[in-house]
Design a protein around this ligand. Structure first.
Ligand code: PLP
Length: 431
C-alpha cells in the first residue's frame, strides 16, 4: 500500500491525463494489457530504451511493449526506411514489391510457411489460421490450452472438469481474475505440458478436432516453456487424427532465427507471427502448408477471399523487411537471448540464496517474474516489486513480464538485475 501511495504522489500529471482520458475511454485507455492499477503512467517520449513520462520521470524499458518493441523506442535504420516509404505514398491500395520482399524474408526463416498472408495483428492472424484450419478440415472443434493466449479475442482458456478423464483443477486464484471476450469457437481446453491428458482428449474427439493451436512457450500465461516431448508428441497426435497443427509464434519467433519451431525441430501445418515482424507497426501473418494456403489463391475456382485494408501497408512492409534484413539478424537474436538467459539465471540464483518467494521463468529475452506466495499475497508481492522498481527507474509489466530489446546495453541489464535483487532484499528486511 505504501508503494502504491507513493506512486500516486509521484505522478500527478499522469493522474490528470488519466482523468481526461477516462472521459472518452472506458478505464482511460484502449489496451487492457497495459493498464496499471490504480492508474497508468502516461508517456510523453521514448528514446533508445528509455521512456519519459509526463511527470518528467525517466525509465529504462524492460517491457519492450510485451515483446513487440524489440527494436527499442527509436531506431535510425528503421526511421530512415519508414520516412522514405512515407514519401512514396502512405497507403497505395495496390500490391507493391515490398509485400513479397517481406514474405520471402519470413519464409526463408520459417520454411514451414510455404505460403503466407499478412494481417494487422497477432489476434487476427490466429483467427484467420483457426478458421482456415476448420474450413480445410470441414471440422468444428478447436483445441486450445490452459493459460494460452492467442490474442484479445482468444484467451483465458481453462480446463473444465468434465472435459478430461482425470481433470486437473486450475488454481483458485487464477480463476475469474479477468473477464474476457472470446470468439465462441467450439473449444476443447487441454492442460499445457500434459501429454497424457491431452492425448485422451484428442482421442475422444478424433473426428471432430479441426485445429490444435498452441504457443511453444506460454507468453501471457506466465512465460512457461513448452516441454519438447509434449510439443513433439502433440504435433504427431494432430497428424494422427487429421487436425491442423497451428503453432502460435507471435512472441516466441524472437527466441531464435527460425523461432522456437526450428530449435525444437517441429514443423507446424500453420504458423502465426506478429509483433516485431512489422518493424514496429501493426502486424500479423499466418502461413503454412501449400495445400492449405493455396485456398487463398484468387486464380483458383472457389478461392477463399481474405481482405484487409492495411494488410500490405507499404510502411509496414518496408519497416518489416528492413528490420529482418538489418536488425533482427541471427547473431543479434542470439546475443539478446543469451543476455536474457544470463539475466534470468543471475536473478534466480540471488532469489534462491535469499530464500525469497520469487522466481523468474522464461526463455532467452522473454521472461516473467512470479511471486510464489499464496492467494492475494501473490499479487501484492508482485505489485511491491513493480512499484519499487518504478521508483528506481525500471519499467517492467505490472504482471511481471520482463522483455529485453536491442537498444539496451549489458550494463543496463546488469543495473536492472542489481535493482531487482536490492528491492527483494529490502522487502525481506521489512518482513
Ligand atoms: N499470440 C500471442 C502468443 C501473443 O502473445 C499475442 C499478443 O500478446 C497475440 C497472439 C496477439 O497479438 P496482437 O496483440 O498483435 O493481436
Amino acid at each position: 500500500d505504501e508503494a502504491r501511495t507513493s506512486y500516486v504522489a509521484r505522478n500527478p500529471k499522469s493522474l490528470e491525463c488519466f482523468r481526461r482520458a477516462e472521459e472518452s475511454l472506458p478505464g482511460g485507455g484502449t489496451r487492457s494489457s497495459i493498464f496499471i492499477h490504480p492508474f497508468p503512467l502516461f508517456i510523453s517520449k521514448g528514446e533508445g530504451t528509455s521512456l519519459l513520462d509526463v511527470d518528467g520521470h525517466e525509465y529504462l524499458d524492460f517491457v519492450s511493449d510485451f515483446t513487440s518493441g524489440i527494436y527499442g523506442k527509436t531506431n535510425k535504420v528503421l526511421r530512415d526506411a519508414i520516412v522514405t516509404a512515407l514519401d512514396n505514398g502512405i497507403q497505395l491500395g495496390a500490391h507493391t514489391p515490398f509485400e513479397s520482399r517481406l514474405a520471402s524474408l519470413i519464409r526463408h526463416r520459417f520454411p514451414s510457411m510455404e505460403l503466407l498472408r499478412f494481417a494487422n495483428s497477432g489476434t487476427e492472424a490466429n483467427l484467420l489460421a483457426i478458421t482456415t484450419a476448420l474450413k480445410f478440415t470441414g471440422r468444428t472443434k478447436v483445441m486450445v490450452f490452459e493459460g494460452g493466449y492467442h490474442g484479445s479475442l482468444l484467451s483465458h482458456f481453462e480446463v473444465k472438469k468434465d472435459q478430461l478423464v482425470e481433470a486437473e483443477l486450475v488454481e483458485e486464484d487464477r480463476k475469474n481474475e479477468v473477464n474476457v471476450l472470446t470468439v465462441p469457437f467450439d473449444y476443447l481446453v487441454a492442460p499445457y505440458n500434459d501429454l497424457a491428458a491431452t492425448k485422451s482428449l484428442i482421442q475422444a474427439n478424433a473426428t471432430s478436432i479441426g485445429a490444435i493451436i498452441i504457443e511453444p512457450m506460454l507468453g501471457a500465461g506466465g512465460c512457461i516453456p513448452g516441454d519438447a516431448t509434449f510439443l513433439r508428441g502433440l504435433r504427431q497426435l494432430a497428424t494422427d487424427v487429421g487436425a491442423v497443427f497451428i503453432l502460435d509464434e507471435v512472441q516466441t519467433a524472437r527466441l531464435g532465427f527460425g523461432g522456437r519451431q526450428k530449435t525444437l525441430g517441429i514443423t507446424p501445418d500453420l504458423c502465426t507471427i506478429g509483433k516485431f515482424f512489422g518493424g514496429g507497426f501493426a502486424f500479423g501473418a499466418f502461413g503454412g502448408k501449400l495445400e492449405i494456403m493455396q485456398m487463398f489463391d484468387s486464380r483458383r475456382p472457389g478461392a477463399v477471399s481474405h481482405g484487409g485494408t492495411f494488410n500490405n501497408s507499404p510502411c509496414t512492409m518496408v519497416a518489416g523487411a528492413t528490420a529482418l534484413e538489418q536488425i533482427l539478424t541471427e547473431p543479434a537474436l542470439e546475443a539478446l537471448n543469451s543476455i536474457g538467459d544470463d539475466m534470468r539465471d543471475s536473478i534466480n540464483a540471488a532469489f534462491k540464496s535469499l530464500s525469497a518467494p520469487y522466481i523468474v521463468t522464461g526463455l532467452g529475452s522473454i521472461n516473467q517474474l512470479h511471486c510464489t506466495l499464496p492467494g492475494k499475497l501473490k499479487t501484492a508481492g508482485l505489485d511491491l516489486v513493480f512499484f519499487r522498481l518504478l521508483e528506481r527507474g525500471y519499467w517492467i509489466a505490472q504482471r511481471g513480464l520482463i522483455s529485453l530489446n536491442f537498444a539496451m546495453s549489458q550494463s543496463d541489464v546488469d543495473g536492472f538485475v542489481t535493482a531487482v535483487i536490492k528491492v527483494v532484499r529490502e522487502m525481506q528486511d521489512l518482513v
